[in-house]
Design a protein. Structure first.
Length: 184
């Protein structure tokens, strides 16, 4: 939920503004239980390797040497919660690539992750699959996730609900808030 995914950005998600109020409601409900993961693009295409180099050659205007630093930040509606919310930076889709997220969750004795944000078919998917691998209970907030592709978003919603139904639960924001007991 960063500036690079809003407005006129080439990575903008059309539904970003629609889901943002629900993401804000979730965070406001228990900011100290919130960990944002923030995607940090490469400095420039040459700073990467493998398929990431090809990716950033295609999106060279979306590298740190071309972007305004504020575009990498969480949108202001969410940044106001930091602290007590925490931020884990990541250079790839998965927040599990480093041990920082898992370490924070372990130290908090977390066993359940309520996942919201974007993109449903990229970073959210990567977060969900990694959380399953680690063994967390995973709940995806269906009205608080979005993508730049409606078709891919819809396919992921089906995938989570049908293919991963034994490992992933889905719920809307109101249901989460009615059943969430912060600090537990």
């Amino acid at each position: 939920m960063q500036g690079i995914f809003t407005g006129s950005s080439p990575w903008a998600m059309p539904w970003f503004e629609r889901v943002l109020p629900n993401v804000c409601r979730l965070v406001a409900f228990s900011p100290s239980d919130t960990i944002f993961t923030r995607f940090i693009p490469a400095d420039d295409p040459a700073a990467t390797g493998g398929s990431w180099r090809r990716y950033y050659e295609r999106w060279s205007h979306m590298t740190l040497d071309q972007l305004d630093a504020k575009d990498i930040d969480l949108v202001p509606q969410l940044a106001r919660f930091v602290p007590p919310s925490r931020v884990v930076d990541k250079r790839v889709y998965s927040p599990w690539h480093s041990q920082e997220l898992h370490g924070l969750l372990t130290s908090a004795a977390a066993d359940t992750l309520v996942i919201s944000g974007g993109e449903t078919d990229v970073c959210v998917l990567s977060s969900v699959l990694g959380a399953i691998d680690v063994g967390y209970r995973v709940i995806i907030v269906t009205d608080a996730v979005c993508s730049s592709s409606d078709e891919a978003h819809d396919a992921m919603q089906l995938f989570f609900g049908r293919r991963l139904s034994q490992q992933v639960e889905t719920a809307e924001t109101i249901e989460i808030m009615e059943n969430w007991k912060p600090g537990e």
